[in-house]
Design a protein around this ligand. Sequence first.
Ligand SMILES: Cc1cc2nc3c(=O)[nH]c(=O)nc-3n(C[C@H](O)[C@H](O)[C@H](O)COP(=O)(O)OP(=O)(O)OC[C@H]3O[C@@H](n4cnc5c(N)ncnc54)[C@H](O)[C@@H]3O)c2cc1C
Length: 408
Amino acid sequence: MNRFDVIIIGGGIVGATAACALGRAGVRVAIVEARQPVPVDQQKPDSRVFAITRASERIFRSLGVWENIASQGVFAFTDMEVWDAAGEGMTHFDAAELGEPCLGHMIEPRIIETALSEQLASDNHITRFCPARFKTVDTRNESVTVTLEDGQCLTASLLIAADGVRSPVRAALGVKTRDHDYRQTSIVALVKTSEPHRDTAWQRFLPGGPLAFLPMQDGWSSIVWTLPTAEADRVMQLDRDAFHAELSAAFANRLGSIVDSGERESWPLRRMHAEQYVMPRAALIGDAAHAIHPLAGQGVNLGLLDAAALAEVIVAARQDDRDPGALRVLRRYERWRRGENLLMMSAMDVINRTFSNAQSPLGRLRNLGLSLANRSGTLRRLFMRHAMGLSGDLPALAAVSEEVSSSI
Ligand SMILES: Cc1cc2nc3c(=O)[nH]c(=O)nc-3n(C[C@H](O)[C@H](O)[C@H](O)COP(=O)(O)OP(=O)(O)OC[C@H]3O[C@@H](n4cnc5c(N)ncnc54)[C@H](O)[C@@H]3O)c2cc1C
């Protein structure tokens, strides 16, 4: 029997971050990950690139992994421009307005995963089981027991499920979810445009869904093109030239023409929220607890806040000699994060429904909203604060510096 304080199932970005946060506080962690790691020299560039908020950057800095991430390639965006295809309404956001160097960074997931993986390997409080899958979980006793498919048996005070949106652990624990199929699919790819992106994250709202061009190195952009699913299936089949032509037309040639593009991937979209995040001896974090529309690039950022908040709750309980797997302790994490995540999910739904709509009264309303936001400094700063992840009750690992909070 391998005895730990905490077992984490799922070593994606969120699970690995939780492990790093706990390991540095002296908590003995077992982390179980199904995927075989790919050596750095055999990795190929990701088609899907994440917009990482300033709050997430602070978490990575606090954990000592940011320098490693930054040295492998991040791209800071300073501005954001949002506009509606059906009207004149637009809003421009500028980091300088908050006295900040940037609004966030574009980072390939593999870069974050590699930096976290190196951190995990350097912490002797952390034991990795990889590639490995769990066979059974038992949370009925004073400790949780996890049996792996290879027969190994692990035990701990607490099990954390960080195994993604389909979460086999969530299913094994019998946690119910609320689901909604958006009937939309996002196409992601790296594309090169004939005109420079000006370090700006661009988003155009079309009736079928938003189209984002997010700035990357050497004049490339990462696109997230959300379409009704049947339409996305058609666009995925287009040859390169036809794809370039349709994409630049959908973007109203804002950055000129598309001159090159990489591999396309498609991601069907659904919203999912677990009805409970905790139960005696178990907690859910990241996509295992919630899946959100990608229109504001918030999914992994919310998961990182979950990881930091849960680690804080666990470490505080241990300092007070309380059982970190007790429901009373875990409820603090649930109260802290479930409401914040629900708020962000609901906001994304309202935006998606209001903008992915060709009705003219709604069109007038949203154009008015965008113009108002553009004219009102207060509204603009409020929105930027949310987009940068600097609003709400932040865990200590993501705490905002005095200068930033006073300038907002
Ligand atoms: C088109 C698109 C664009 C997006 N863009 C952004 C963005 O710009 N910014 C942002 O913040 N978010 C973005 N997201 C959301 C983001 O992809 C997710 O929120 C994030 O990947 C969730 O991370 P996670 O670690 O919780 O789960 P996952 O990344 O799904 O990781 C789960 C891990 O668990 C492992 N696992 C699964 N089952 C088992 C098992 N039985 N045993 C052991 N291990 C297991 C898996 O191998 C995996 O490594 C986007 C999503 C989409 C669809």
